[in-house]
Design a protein around this ligand. Structure first.
Ligand code: ATP
Ligand code: MG
Length: 422
């Protein structure tokens, strides 16, 4: 026998018993985004490597060690997208979306990072990203946070908490980084390998370290918030007032810096303690500098990305029943005549948006009913030669203790409808 080829490590199949929940979660997210009048943008999974190295920044986990990069047959250096913001901005610049107009955009799809696979951390994973362009004020930052809170509410997730920080302007951050560098250099002996490297390349990211041994040094570091410029300070204060008026609880975390270089002012993260170590479910912030950094004009920008695997895991833990595209009806067909008539009848039910699985093959009624039960359908309909000639059909409830009964085919829909609209 030939060897079985396995999937690439860290890349998952989503099986039929999982995709119902995925579709339900995606649909909640999409509906919410359209309630806020956001529009979808789609861009390629593959981009030139330079796009990511130029936008995300060299001293980040992604560019340092996580990108799937290769040369194609022409020798062009390409990378599978590790995140969506760079591609979204590239598409916006290339297609003139930022000229004298504002944009509220979203995308959903797979991202690729060569990380160490573990629960909640995969090499292909799905994100929903939301990005807004051309808005300077804190009102849009607030809208994004309120919107994400609405998604958690609709998904029945109440164990999520919001952390906020402000990274200030480039100037104020530069001043802070000087102070931070001095502090870290004073403690150089206690820095781990990653942090020693980051101290030179991107000291702010030392604050992002997940190493428990580093937490003490980080906790005692000077705080960025004390170095904010007055305009950023005001932006941050206004955002907090707005969130309070929406009754959104938050915690200010002066050490929240985000892994990517292009952020400025507001940064935020939604997380939970129900998922173990990989507790961040949604992270975002302002990146007013990125459009210009990628060759566009200066355009304000703010956005977030949520990790769908972690959100779906939370939905599963919460045990919430989201509508998940279950089969409504299993149509049992006995004999050639019944098969022909039954396929037409099934079409009529589908015209009314019922989900009908019509049996294919020549199995006994017993075996068809067994499959009907296994399918999860709420009703079996039975059509045999007798029913075809009398114009009737048998309805057999599968999920309640009720005996089967026979109805006129013409009345079938009105018999079934109450069960599906209740
Ligand atoms: P971390 O510090 O945990 O590596 P990150 O800063 O790299 O996170 P972002 O780039 O901000 O994460 O991605 C936004 C969200 O996407 C995360 O909060 C998380 O929910 C999800 N995410 C990121 N990387 C992965 C991954 N490898 N597998 C599954 N989900 C992920
Ligand atoms: Mg990461």
């Amino acid at each position: 026998m030939a060897d079985i080829i396995q999937a690439v490590r860290g890349m998952n199949d989503l099986l039929p018993d999982q995709t119902g929940t995925w579709q339900a979660v995606e649909s909640v997210i999409k509906t919410t985004l359209s309630e806020y009048a956001y529009k979808e943008i789609r861009f390629p999974l593959l981009e030139k490597t330079a796009l990511f190295s130029r936008s995300i920044g060299g001293a980040t986990d992604i560019v340092e060690k996580e990108m799937y990069t290769f040369a194609d047959r022409n020798g062009d250096k390409l990378t599978l997208r590790p995140e969506g913001t760079a591609g979204c901005v590239r598409a916006g610049i290339q297609n003139g979306l930022f000229h004298n107009q504002t944009q509220r955009l979203w995308y959903m799809g797979p991202m690729f990072r060569h990380e160490r696979p573990q629960k909640g951390r995969y090499r292909q994973f799905y994100q929903t990203g939301v990005e807004c362009f051309g808005f300077d004020g804190p009102d849009i930052d607030c809208e994004l946070i309120v919107l994400s809170a609405r998604i958690w509410r609709k998904l029945g997730l109440d164990n999520v908490k919001l952390e906020l920080n402000s990274l200030g302007s480039l100037e104020s951050r530069t001043a802070y980084i000087k102070v931070l560098t001095a502090y870290l250099s004073d403690n150089a002996d206690d820095l781990d390998e990653d942090s020693t490297r980051r101290l030179k390349s991107n000291p702010l990211r030392v604050l992002d370290s997940k190493n428990p041994d580093m937490q003490n040094i980080i906790a005692q570091a000077p705080e960025l918030i004390d170095y904010l410029d007055s305009a950023s300070r005001e932006h941050f204060d206004q955002l907090q007032e707005m969130l309070a008026s929406h009754n959104i609880d938050f915690l200010i975390n002066p050490r929240l810096v985000r892994g990517l270089d292009y952020y400025s002012r507001t940064v935020f993260e939604w997380s939970t303690d129900q998922l173990g170590a990989q507790g961040a479910i949604c992270a975002g912030g302002r990146f007013d500098g990125l459009v210009a950094q990628l060759g566009g004009k200066q355009v304000s920008a703010v956005g977030f990305a949520m990790g769908l695997e972690r959100i779906i895991e939370l939905v599963n833990i919460a045990g919430n029943n989201l509508p998940s595209g279950d089969i409504g009806i299993y149509l049992c067909l006995l004999g050639a005549e019944a098969k022909r008539a039954g396929m037409l009848l099934a079409e009529k039910l589908r015209d009314k948006s019922l989900s009908v699985l019509a049996h294919c093959g020549d199995n006994s009624l017993k075996s068809q009913l067994k499959q009907a039960d296994k399918s999860g359908a709420r009703f079996a309909l039975i059509l045999g030669e007798d029913e075809v000639s009398s114009g009737k059909i048998i309805i057999k409830p599968l999920r309640e203790k009720k005996s089967q009964y026979s109805v006129e085919q013409t009345d079938l829909y009105s018999h079934l409808l109450p069960s599906f609209t209740a």
